[in-house]
Write a protein that binds this ligand. Structure first.
Ligand code: NDP
Length: 240
């Protein structure tokens, strides 16, 4: 039986590449998104993967979302917590809303999704959870106290939850991407981006498919001994 995977923020960017890689590897995939209908529609037309709209920052919506996916595709075996946003500003300019939105989506979303699927994974004795962190959660970044704190939190969350799942067949891991060529990075001013690329030893931005490759490795049935770990995929920019 094909395993069922949910990818949050799975309709564009890194998430799209993850959804497609999982589908090509034989998983039944549900790609979640927040509200960009046009991109979600184009994604489903291109890939044949069903898109499900809910806000990962809402616990109730995550519970309902998992329920819907389970009714349509079957029990959820794999969760990739990939949905993420930025609300960059220096401390002087950042407001409380910028902080809350990023914490609620990037870190709260991980809790909501894991909590919604956890009992089922425990009952079936199998689960694979991969949380997408960031190089900026490992190293920090100017103008990103909210984002860096949320992503850093993901790494602590991963280590803690992995201890609860370890003896139950559930692995919890993280990937910390470096700078990847997606809409999120396209929003960085070109002069700032040029300085960032100059610091990447591989000499270029990463590709979404290069993150998806790591996800496939971590979620494999054979990956039962890999838990609590973070895989850094960053072109050598930060050795952690
Ligand atoms: P994009 O901005 O390209 O795509 C973000 C995706 O997340 C979209 O599908 C979006 O849905 C979805 N999303 C955003 N908020 C929510 C929400 N509240 N509920 C459900 N879905 C939501 O991002 P990237 O592909 O660049 O990034 C993916 C992940 O990788 C993020 O967690 C990001 O922080 C992380 N990352 C990215 C790096 C990069 O260089 N790009 C580097 C390090 C980490 P919709 O289309 O509906 O808006």
């Amino acid at each position: 039986m094909a395993r069922v995977a949910v990818v949050t923020g799975g309709t564009r960017g890194i998430g799209e590449a993850i959804s497609v890689a999982l589908k090509n590897a034989g998983y039944k995939v549900a790609a979640n998104y927040a509200g960009n209908e046009e991109r979600a529609k184009g994604f489903t037309q291109r890939t044949g993967i069903a898109a499900y709209k809910w806000d990962v920052a809402s616990f109730e919506e995550c519970v309902a979302g998992i329920k819907k996916v389970e009714a349509e595709l079957g029990p959820v075996d794999v969760i990739v917590n990939n949905a993420g946003i930025t609300r960059d500003a220096t401390m002087r300019k950042m407001n409380r809303q910028n902080w809350d939105e990023v914490m609620d989506t990037n870190l709260g979303g991980c809790f909501n999704m894991c909590k919604a699927a956890w009992e089922g994974m425990l009952a079936r004795g199998f689960g694979r959870i991969v949380n997408i962190g960031s190089i900026n959660g490992q190293a920090g970044q100017y103008g990103q106290v909210n984002y860096a704190a949320a992503k850093s939190g993901i790494h602590g969350f991963t280590k803690a939850l992995s201890q609860e799942g370890a003896s139950k067949g559930i692995t919890v891991t993280a990937i910390a991407p470096g700078y990847i060529d997606t809409d999120m990075v396209a929003a960085v001013p070109p002069e700032v981006l040029a300085k960032i690329v100059a610091k990447i030893p591989v000499g270029r931005l990463g590709k979404a498919e290069e993150i998806a490759r790591g996800v496939l490795f971590l979620v494999a049935d054979e990956g039962g001994f890999i838990t609590g770990s973070t895989m850094s995929i960053n072109g050598g920019q930060h050795m952690y």
